[in-house]
Ligand binder design. Structure first.
Ligand code: GLA
Length: 392
């Protein structure tokens, strides 16, 4: 078996479908540097794409059948494009086939397009809070946008992938993950305003500063179709409505004292997380532009505390990862993603990265927790078509 994911996706495609793909596309997973649960509150986020990607080899077919298969899942799925709908697909194939359906909903004309065969190979760990599902959706979104010559821009592809996640998979998530996977540039984080979906890439300059980002996957699995995520979203909507604004984005830190009088304690704390987190994203962008990444540590730690105490989406494993990394000399650390498990990130000087990782591993063992999976990630480019020589 060949080793690179590019080789595997081409070989796997030929093996499964008996012919060659037209091309290979890929989309990355992400970590969110800061700005958690702010996306569906029309606020700000600052994710970056990681170097772990999902690859899709795809070929158009002469008929209207759509077939999807994956190295990571046993079950293949097949459906006619004429039957695609939010309830006609299920299991892992809901992500890619849901995306194919959603492209038709955001402006793509799918009435005349050809069917396709698609085979996926993913390096993005699943259940780790690194947006393996967005990588799956976005890889197919760019592949079909090119192959079907739909001419949709990145922001529209984001909406298609989000629609697949919301309407087909049934997870009420925002646009953070798909935007990170589709729109981010190398060595940069994507500063995204989720109200109007405008964004710009903010250089991180990690390598020049001698910094790296450790991902500490706690192996505590999370699922966003589950209750915690939806209930946090409902609290935010309740808070916005009680405060008379269309979204918590419209509440400033200075308004919080007045908000306390209107909201019950729990709803107030949920809202306070969102309001202060939005401010922390703005502050982080500012510090990145002046001091650089070495200056953002306190903001990361404050973000974690807010998620732990106010939004209550952390778990003991994430808290231990953060406090141990900080004690061991990290510049900043916080849980990343939706919460209730998944991963923490630690911003570290590269020369002490291994030592910090070892300290976290030891602390997990001392607490009797499942050993974490720890690796470094490099801020990478968003979704793209891979070099032609790889697909031939
Ligand atoms: C998950 C969702 C995102 C976002 C984050 C929390 O990753 O998919 O839309 O809400 O949680 O910031």
């Amino acid at each position: 078996m060949s080793s690179t994911p590019l080789d595997r996706v081409v070989a796997g495609f030929a093996d499964r479908f008996g012919h060659r793909p037209d091309g290979v596309w890929s989309a990355p997973g992400r970590v969110n540097l800061i700005g958690e649960h702010t996306d569906y509150n029309e606020g700000f986020v600052l994710p970056f794409a990681i170097d772990q990607r999902t690859y899709v080899a795809l070929a158009l077919r002469p008929d209207r059948r759509a077939r999807v298969a994956s190295e990571g899942f046993d079950e293949d799925a097949e459906i006619s494009l004429d039957d695609l709908g939010p309830t006609s697909v299920s299991g892992w194939s809901a992500y890619p086939l849901g995306t194919a359906w959603a492209l038709g909903r955001v402006g793509g004309d799918l009435r005349e397009v050809a069917g396709f065969d698609a085979y996926f190979v993913s390096e993005v760990p699943t259940g780790a809070g690194l947006s393996s599902s967005a990588a799956l959706e976005c890889s197919l979104a760019v592949a079909l946008n090119d192959s079907w010559k739909l001419g949709l821009d990145g922001t529209t592809l984001v909406r298609a992938a989000q629609l697949a996640e919301n309407e087909v998979v049934g997870a009420p998530t925002g646009i953070l993950d798909q935007s990170a996977s589709l729109l981010t540039e190398r060595d940069a984080a994507l500063f995204l305003d989720c109200r109007d979906a405008t964004s710009r890439n903010v250089p991180l300059g990690l390598e020049d500063a001698g910094l790296g980002v450790l991902v500490i996957d706690t192996r505590v699995t999370h699922a966003h179709a589950g209750g915690g995520y939806a209930s946090r979203r409902a609290s935010c909507e309740a808070a916005a409505s009680a405060l008379g604004v269309s979204a918590l984005r419209d509440v400033a830190v200075a308004d919080l004292d007045a908000a306390r009088a209107v909201l019950d304690d729990e709803t107030f704390r949920r809202a306070r997380h969102i309001v202060t987190e939005n401010q922390r994203v703005l502050d982080t962008v500012e510090v990145l532009g002046t001091t650089g990444a070495t200056g953002i540590g306190e903001l990361l730690v404050a973000s974690h505390a807010s998620m732990r105490d106010d939004f209550e989406i952390s778990v003991p494993e994430l808290d231990l990862a953060v406090t141990t990394a900080m004690d061991a000399g990290a510049i900043g650390a916080r849980m990343t993603g939706g919460g209730f498990g998944g991963s923490a990130i630690a911003l570290v000087r590269t020369e002490v990265a291994d030592e910090i990782g070892d300290r976290v591993t030891r602390a997990f063992a001392e607490h009797g927790f499942t050993p974490p999976r720890i690796f470094t990630v490099t801020p990478s480019a968003g979704a793209r078509r891979e070099q032609e020589q790889h697909s031939r």
